[in-house]
Ligand binder design. Structure first.
Ligand code: OGA
Ligand code: NI
Length: 373
């Protein structure tokens, strides 16, 4: 059967019960070569396991004119100039309430470091499949976790993407445990991101009307997981996605994307591009920050389109301790609550939230909803 549009794909999937998805998934996983392996082998059709389905919750036909761009904010002078800082805090507040996303420039990470980081990612994925295989695993307790689709066996459709995951804080790995292709820059970049993260959490604290140190003090910047992604060139990009619609499960994400583009956020039922801006980093509010801010800040749904161009690479720095044992309890911040603003979420640990999110996988209902009171 020849399948063309996502609508036809959907009807085909529900009618053809003999399609052996699990065998296709296992065979793909056993190559340990990811989507890049398929593309390097010269594949010209997207295999069925990657087909994505129309998203009925989004009214794509609705062509209203919306203000279509998330703000780009310059972070220079915010320590020396209180008036400038106040302005920046105001932009950060508005953006975090409205979009859950903004971009930052003049963030004090040199552009050479950004370029070197993206080059390191390309170098890692460009290695021969036989070399990369040593890192391919689904065991989250490994230091370096490289695979394709963390939720491969549970998600309704697989993404056109490979990912490598490394926890860089609070307990950084030994350098010799990291892949040589990007080892040095991964360590250097993480140091810069930790510093920038601390500064962003100060701005976010102030934007919530709290003491500047509040979010850092309660541990929001304690953990850092670096996820570096590869979105290979796709022969039929209309049939699949680079990343399914999702919100991030952390406090905050700082994303470095290359020049290709494809990241979109869902705002008011419409998909809005997050265009690549040279030298900029994309900052977004994660589920845990939405939870502790009691919905003041939004953890927006976003997705990544597949593209004929590629590979696109990106580096997502997740501020979270993830699955590490954690006893700290997080709930809506007391200082933000009042009679008119009672807590909307139950308390949780970072580990319990992450476990719940991982078990759900992408392509289902938002995990955060399950913590609403
Ligand atoms: C993520 C993510 C976007 C991108 O890692 O959660 O949304 O552009 N990444 O890679
Ligand atoms: Ni994301």
């Amino acid at each position: 059967m020849v399948v063309n549009s996502p609508a036809e794909v959907e009807s085909a999937t529900s009618s053809e019960h003999n399609y052996d998805r699990i065998t296709e998934l296992k065979a793909f996983d056993e190559t340990k070569a990811g989507v890049k392996g398929l593309v390097d082998a010269g594949i010209t059709k997207v295999p069925r396991m990657f087909y994505s389905f129309p998203d009925k919750s989004v009214k794509e036909s609705d062509n209203r004119e919306v203000e279509t761009s998330i703000p780009v904010v310059a972070l220079d002078d915010i320590d020396g100039d209180p008036i400038r800082r106040k302005k920046v805090v105001e932009i950060v507040r508005e953006a975090s309430e409205k979009w859950g996303f903004f971009q930052v420039v003049n963030h004090s990470i040199p552009v050479e470091v950004l370029d070197e980081m993206l080059d390191g990612v390309r170098k890692f994925y460009d290695q021969h499949a036989e070399v990369k295989k040593q890192w391919y695993t689904r065991d989250g307790s490994e230091t370096v976790v490289y695979n394709s689709n963390f939720d491969l066996f549970s998600a309704p459709s697989a993404n056109w993407r490979d990912t490598t995951y490394v926890n860089m804080a609070p307990r950084p790995p030994n350098a010799d445990e990291l892949p040589e292709a990007c080892r040095d820059i991964l360590i250097k970049y993480s140091e810069y991101i930790k510093k920038l993260g601390g500064c962003l959490f100060e701005l976010l604290s102030e934007a919530l009307g709290l003491d500047p140190n509040h979010l850092n003090d309660i541990g929001c910047s304690e953990g850092l997981a670096v996820l570096y992604h590869c979105y290979p060139a796709c022969p039929e990009p209309e049939l699949t996605l680079g990343a399914t619609k999702h919100a991030d499960y952390d406090f905050m994400t700082v994303l470095l994307q290359d020049h290709i583009g494809g990241l979109q956020i869902l705002y008011d039922d419409q998909w809005i591009d997050v265009p690549p801006v040279p030298g900029a980093l994309v900052v977004n509010v994660g589920d845990l920050l939405q939870l502790i801010s009691n919905d003041k800040f939004k953890s927006s749904q976003h997705k990544v389109l597949a593209n004929h161009a590629g590979p696109r690479v990106s580096v997502a720095c997740f501020f979270t301790t993830g699955l590490a044992p954690s006893s700290k309890i997080y709930g809506p911040i007391k200082e933000l609550l009042s009679e008119d603003n009672p807590p909307k979420y139950r308390e949780t640990t970072v580990r319990d939230y992450s476990l719940h999110y991982n078990a759900k996988g992408l392509g289902t209902t938002p995990a955060l909803l399950d913590f609403r009171l």
